[in-house]
Design a protein around this ligand. Sequence first.
Ligand code: XLS
Ligand code: NI
Ligand code: NI
Length: 438
Amino acid sequence: MEKFTTIKKIKYEGPESKNPLAFKYYDADRVIMGKKMKEHLPFAMAWWHNLCAGGADMFGRATANKSFGAKEGTMEHAKAKVDAGFEFMQKLGIEYFCFHDVDIIPEADDIKETNRRLDEISDYILVKMQETGIKCLWGTANMFSNPRYCNGAGSTNSADVFAFAAAQVKKAIDITIKLGGKAYLFWGGREGYETLLNTDVKFEQDNIARLMKMAVAYARKQGFTGDFYIEPKPKEPMKHQYDFDAATAIGFLRYYGLDKDFKLNIETNHATLAGHTFEHDLRISAMNGMLGSIDANQGDYLLGWDTDEFPFDVYNATMCMREVLMAGGITGGFNFDAKNRRPSYTVEDMFQGYILGMDTFALGLIKAAELIEDGRLDKFIKDRYASYYDSEVGKKIISDSTNLEELFAYAEKLGAPELPGSGKQEYLQSVINSVFFK
Ligand code: XLS
Ligand code: NI
Ligand code: NI
C-alpha cells in the first residue's frame, strides 16, 4: 500500500522551477565529463535517519511520525518501513540503501529471536529489491546503542561483550551478503575512551583489529568480494574515538595488515569535526588508494557535534566532487547520512531533504567539472612544482638519486635560494568565483 500518497515521482524541472518537490539541478541522465549524473552520483538512502529517527533529542521526544501506519516495535512496523523506504527511493530515483541490523528490525532480548527477525525481514527486503532494481550499498551492525556497548564493541573490557559483538557482526555480514551489499562497514561507534585513568589503549586497539580480521576471514570464506570500510570520526560519542580521521584510520589499517581489505567511508561532518575540510580527508584517502565511499551530509560551524544536516553548501560539495573526479570516481556511493531538523517533521520535509542533498551534489558535480575543464587550478598546481622537473637538482631529488652530502655541496654553491614563488591563494579563490558565477 502506498505510504506517501501526497507525493508523486520527483522529476527534474530545471533551475527555473519553483516546484518545491522537483529537482532543479539533479538530472539523472545528463552527461558530465562523459558519464551520466546518476553514474557519477550513486545516491543511497540511510535507513536509520530516514525510516527510524523522528527527531527526538535529549530535551524532547520525536516530532516526526515514522510509524508508517503500523505499531512501532513490531515486525509489521519493520515491514511498513521497508514498504515506505522502497517507495521513497523509487519516487526519488535513488538506487541504493545503507542499513544497520537494528534499523531493519526491533531488537529482541534474545539474539536467536533477533536473528530470526533479521532472516524474515531480509527475505522481505530481497523481494522488494528484485521488484525495483534497488541495491544495497553497505550494511553494518549497530554496536553503540545498546547499553552493553557502553565501553565499545571491539574495544570493550568485557570478553563476553566482545563475543556478543562478534556474533552481531557475523549476522550483519550474512545479511549484507544476502542482500548483495557492495561493502560492509565499521563505524567505530564507541570504539574509543573517556579517560586514560581506566583505559589500556594498546589492548583495545589490538582487540578492534582482531574483530576486524575475524570479520574479513569470515566474509571471504562466504565468498564476499566487496570492500570493508572504516568510517573515521574524531569524537562523539566517546571523547577520543580511535578512528580519528582518514590519516589515523589508514595508519591503523596498515599497522594491523588490514589495508588490502578495507577502504574508508568519509563523512563530511566527521572530517570537519576532526578539524579538517571534507576535501582534505577525501584527498588523504584517495592518495592512499583507500577512498571507498562517502557519507554525504554537512555540519554546522557554530556547533561542535555531528549535526548530520542535509548537504546545502555548494562550495563544499564542489570541492568534494573535484576530489572524486580527480580520483576517477568512487566504487561506493553517496549515502545521505543526514536527517531533517527537528521542526521539519512532515513527509514533504523528508523528500525535500533528499531533493536538497541531491541537487547540492549535482551542482557540486557540475561546478567541479567546470573547474577541471577551466584548467587554471590544475595548471597552477602543476607549474608550482616545476623546479623538480626542470632542474638537475630537482630531478635528482625526485628520482631518489642524491643524498644529504651532495645537497649540502649544492646549497653551499647556491649561497641562498630565491623565494619559492607566490602561492597565489587569493587569485585562485577568485578563479573559483569566476567559474561559479559566469
Ligand atoms: C555516526 C555515523 C553513523 C555511521 C553508521 O556518526 O555517521 O551513522 O554512518 O554507523
Ligand atoms: Ni556521523
Ligand atoms: Ni555516517
